[in-house]
Design a protein around this ligand. Structure first.
Ligand SMILES: [Zn+2]
Length: 378
């Protein structure tokens, strides 16, 4: 995966190599440690409560760390404590709201039901979540403790860098979409960085989605689309993407936060996607690495474009995780966040096996893979 090449200035260079898309460790979880089937709304909620408590516990533990320890844990040269605290507040709020949704099936003897009914009670339960009554869940808890700590650090690292280095961790305004605005159990599949050459991974993934009767939003790079049009006529490519949604990922895969020609990149790439694939075009823009200027809102509004980030990052581009780890990470994050925009890359092979597995694993649980044309709802 290409790393963002950006001129960050001496101040930011002092903070070390900064590529918001690449944490030093990538969290993954062995779902085989979870002892129950997840095949009903109630069993989804049980697993969801467990992940919420485990993430809440990691969040609580992170609050016990002093600034220096947290800075080292996040592999940063300097820590923006206020930015991290602000994001922690947002996470507590989301976790407690999700826990309330996941607790609707709580009854006598049902596990992971000690979370309380408001945010303060959830915080307390999460802080105390160090053991499980039923031994069957003990191996899961051990795996979950590591997963959620590593995953939380991925997020808090981005939080500390934001907004000096923008990323998907937060939005600048409600006009920017992240997936957190979706309804409970609703998920949108998204695929970045295509299209590949004819016969490549993009075509293979499109075939997988068709077999699964799914659609998804693809964020295409202008220069990759232009290259593909030298091989494949526009009408043929439009037929390949039929039923899907296609938005723009910029002309080049380069940070749009510190690139003088970023506006030109957005306009040129959106126009090419629109003109080549008019039936599937959607007026959405996904900034490479989630990086965009803090003052870009007026420009995107004027262009009629919505910035579309994500809240579930598969990390499928990373050599640190294989296809198996990618799918198990995504399922764990679906249980945790309960809604969202999932980021994959059609130029890589991992989504081709991860997506059918996720569909299979969530069947019967009330999870809905939303029609890309219905996004955003407003
Ligand atoms: Zn990308």
């Amino acid at each position: 995966m290409r790393k963002p090449v950006i001129l960050l200035g001496l101040f930011l260079l002092a903070a070390g190599p900064l590529h918001a898309a690449g944490p030093s460790a990538v969290a993954s979880m062995d779902r085989g440690l979870w002892p129950d089937p997840i095949d009903t709304a109630a069993s989804f909620d049980r697993a969801s409560r467990a992940e919420l408590l485990a993430f809440g516990h990691a969040l609580s533990e992170s609050e016990q760390l002093g600034d220096d320890s947290l800075r080292d844990a996040l592999k940063l040269k300097q820590l923006d404590r206020a930015a991290v605290d602000r994001m922690r507040g947002i996470y507590w709020h989301r976790l407690a709201a999700n826990y309330a949704l996941a607790a609707t099936h709580c009854g006598t003897g049902e596990p992971f039901c000690a979370g309380g009914s408001d945010e303060a009670a959830f915080r307390k339960a999460a802080a105390a979540f160090t053991s499980v009554r039923d031994d069957r869940y003990a191996p899961w808890l051990q795996g979950a403790e590591t997963f959620h700590r590593v995953y939380l650090y991925e997020l808090l690292r981005l939080a500390s860098l934001f907004p000096r280095v923008s990323s998907e961790v937060d939005t600048y305004s409600p006009r920017e979409l992240s997936g957190n605005e979706l309804a409970d159990r609703h998920f949108l599949l998204t695929f970045d960085d295509g299209p590949t050459a004819a016969g490549g991974n993009t075509g293979k993934l499109l075939a997988v989605l068709r077999r699964e009767h799914l659609n998804a939003t693809f964020f295409l790079l202008g220069n990759s689309l232009q290259a593909r049009l030298r091989q494949t006529p526009a009408s043929e490519l439009a037929a390949d993407y039929q039923g899907m949604c296609t938005g723009s990922h910029g002309w080049e895969h380069k940070s749009h936060s510190a690139w003088p020609e970023w506006q030109d990149s957005v306009m040129r790439s959106s126009a090419l996607v629109h003109d080549t694939l008019p039936a599937s075009y959607v007026p959405l823009f996904r900034p490479p690495y989630g990086q965009r200027r803090s003052d870009s809102g007026a420009f995107f509004d004027a262009q009629g474009l919505r910035v579309t980030l994500w809240n579930i990052d598969s990390q499928d581009w990373s050599a640190k995780v294989d296809a198996d780890q990618v799918k198990q990470r995504v399922l764990t994050l679906m249980l945790l966040w309960r809604r969202g925009v999932i980021l994959f890359h059609d130029i890589h092979v991992k989504a081709q096996t991860a997506v059918p597995w996720l569909v299979d694993q969530t069947r019967g649980t009330g999870v809905q893979w939303i029609d890309c044309h219905s996004f955003p709802a407003s």
